[in-house]
Design a protein. Structure first.
Length: 362
């Protein structure tokens, strides 16, 4: 992916959001940092591209904010820099891959390619990944399926973030999932959500921005509502939709952890925990559209669905109705043209990493 935008990384403010920075420049800097940390060039660029793409989409909770976490995990040895996926079960349409503690983005991309290739032969491809790591935004990988004529579905598990419904100690991850569907003209309808009230990364982002978090996101370790992101990180994130979010998250753990043979529940560690193996697991499912109906018919039906959604009058105070994924496409287009404004702390962390690893570019 090529990013073109104005800006430079030199002499920017260290508090608040920084002036716009060229996305290409950020990708190059992050790639060099990851290569200096032991990743092969192609893998480093994939990870860097995933992180910067999240920033372009406007989801800075999953962008370069996380680069330092990954480097710390590489330094401690709990994440292997040279990813070597091993197919341990090959069942035709179904496969299980052992990631051997490799880089999550590399393994997720491998699973996407495997699943779509198997779907081309069987109509459906399902690839389970065990012993992986955090892979950033799931949408980056489900979006690989529509160009191959498929619908992509991806689930993953994560470290405990919320308490089981009715409990008071966190034991259930946010366990995100994503679905990407082609809608014609190279556009996609994309869902990418966690099952907590908010992705944990957004609380870290609020901390980096020196901002409060909204009511209803989290409670302290003592069970009190809080708007302090530091207290929220030490406490518990609330589930989305009350008991429903909890139940969905548990089922995603079944698909991502139990079924794959990877870690589940409290056995999964987060990307910010440099002392523990992740144990994260993923399940990637690709559905070849042509195996279900003619592609032209599917595209026409999707166009009808989108038109119906967008024809709905806007509620008072709201803008136009958007289909899932449309806001990210618009935000990315704007940020490519204008540049990416990172929180000051995120940019400072990027500079520190570059200095420690003797990387030029920041």
């Amino acid at each position: 992916m090529t990013h073109n935008a104005p800006g430079d990384l030199g002499h920017l403010a260290s508090t608040g959001d920084t002036p716009p920075i060229a996305a290409d420049r950020l990708v190059e800097t992050a790639t060099r940092i990851l290569v200096a940390s032991g990743l092969p060039d192609a893998d480093a660029r994939l990870v860097a591209d995933c992180l910067v793409q999240a920033d372009l989409w406007g989801h800075q909770s999953h962008g370069l904010l996380r680069l330092g976490w990954y480097v710390n995990r590489l330094r401690s040895g709990v994440m292997t820099p040279r990813t070597a996926p091993e197919t341990v079960i090959d069942g035709g349409a179904v496969a299980t891959i052992d990631g051997h503690d490799g880089v999550g983005q590399v393994l997720a991309a491998h699973a996407a390619r495997e699943a779509t290739a198997r779907a081309a032969r069987h109509g459906i491809g399902a690839v389970a990944v065990r012993n992986s790591n955090h892979f950033g935004m799931a949408a980056h990988f489900t979006r690989m399926a529509p160009p191959a004529g498929c619908i992509g579905i991806l689930t993953t598990n994560s470290s405990p973030a919320m308490a089981p419904w009715g409990g008071r100690v966190k034991a259930v991850g946010s366990n995100p999932w994503s679905i990407a569907v082609p809608i014609g003209d190279e556009r996609q309808m994309v869902l990418d959500i966690s099952n907590t009230a908010v992705a944990r990364g957004k609380i870290y982002l609020a901390r980096n921005q020196g901002a409060e978090i909204p009511d209803g996101w989290a409670i302290t370790a003592e069970g009190r509502p809080t708007r302090d992101p530091v207290e929220a990180i030490a406490g518990t994130i609330l589930p989305m939709a009350a008991h429903k979010g909890y139940a969905i998250s548990v089922m995603m753990d079944v698909l991502s952890g139990v079924l794959t043979g990877s870690g589940f529940g409290t056995a999964v560690a987060g990307p910010y925990q440099a002392e523990r193996r992740s144990g994260s697991g993923h399940l990637y499912i690709a559905l070849e559209i042509a195996a279900f109906m003619r592609v032209k018919e599917f595209t026409a039906r999707m166009a009808e669905l989108v038109a119906e959604l967008k024809a709905v009058p806007s509620a008072e105070g709201a803008g136009e109705v958007l289909y899932p994924g449309e806001v990210e496409e618009r935000t990315a287009a704007r940020n490519l043209a204008e540049g990416v404004s990172l929180p000051g702390r995120t940019l400072d962390d990027l500079r520190t990493l570059a200095a420690e690893l003797d990387v030029v570019g920041v």
